[in-house]
Design a protein around this ligand. Sequence first.
Ligand code: GLA
Length: 371
Amino acid sequence: MTGATPSRRTIISGFAALPMAACGQKSKSQDLPTPVDPPPLKSLAPFPFGCAVSVERLSDPVYSALLTRNFSQLTAEWEMKMEYILQDDGSFRFDRPDRIAAFARDNRMRLFGHTLVWYAQDPAAFRPFDGRGPVFAGALRNYILAVVGRYRGQAVGWDVVNEPVAEQGDGLRDCLWSRNLGQVDYIRRAFDYAREADPEVPLLINDYNLESLPAKRSQFMRLVETLLKSGTPLGGIGTQSHIDVSLPAGAIGRSMRDLASFGLPIHISELDISLNRGRGPLSSDEQLRVRQVRLAKEMAEAFAALPPAQRFAFTTWGLRDKDSWLRGPKENPTPPWDAPLLFDDDGRAKPVFSAQAEGLTASAALRRPSA
Ligand code: GLA
């Protein structure tokens, strides 16, 4: 983690600040304290706090001040993906990834690499190699060597393969990569190439809906087992955690316990809690916000309860609500507007911030030896 690990005193004072903050302002419900002058998120527990970012936003001083105050790790929301780096003619474009890396360095933040191979992206540059096994594999190797090699020594981890499990968990994805290199073999190869590029960096596999779909989680875990048995250099598990307010109580804890059973570090890699996606016909806005707060606390507690060596990082998929992908593209925002993140459009910490902070600090403090 960048910067000093917070002392017990920091954690306790951060924790103590929460009820005080709760006295400041109330949202409509008595149960939802809006924090006033909240402590920086990254000071509340001794593990990295990540945030998804884009170059465009980093140049906004208001945004970057809030970001650097609260977070200790960055993930590029999309500018380190193949879609951006690999151009149609096969050349590489590193301008924006380099700017994100420089921002992280300048602000003593960790840089997390996301992502090398993703079923959803099959760039034109690979088309000439389609159906030509060894040449296709060689092109993938070149890409991974170039990207991982460029950030070697700075990146603290990579999502090597993103979303390998089929939507409902009934198998693995059928995609350009699997058709050319084999359903499990494309994954193994991607990990081997990444390891070749950087012998030290933790290599992760990342997927979503692992909390809400037990069948998908089982399939994901079978894949992890297969990879580990075959000696693939898999060093961690990413659970995206794009959840919504309809997720039942207890689902997060069950998922976390299952995923942690391999003993590998866990990355909550893309957390957001959608209000709109879990909106039932009868739910009021207030009910949705109460459920969001409950889930944020549950997620934080489940992560903080992991053994310290398994807490890779806790990453939020965006800073303010208006930065969220769930709002849709800037030119065409999706109504009704969602509010899935910790800070509102104006950068004020929301009740969900207090809930997450409380979950993190309570569990983290409990697990620390007394001073
Ligand atoms: C997936 C990907 C992310 C991002 C989100 C939507 O979860 O892993 O990189 O594209 O979708 O923002």
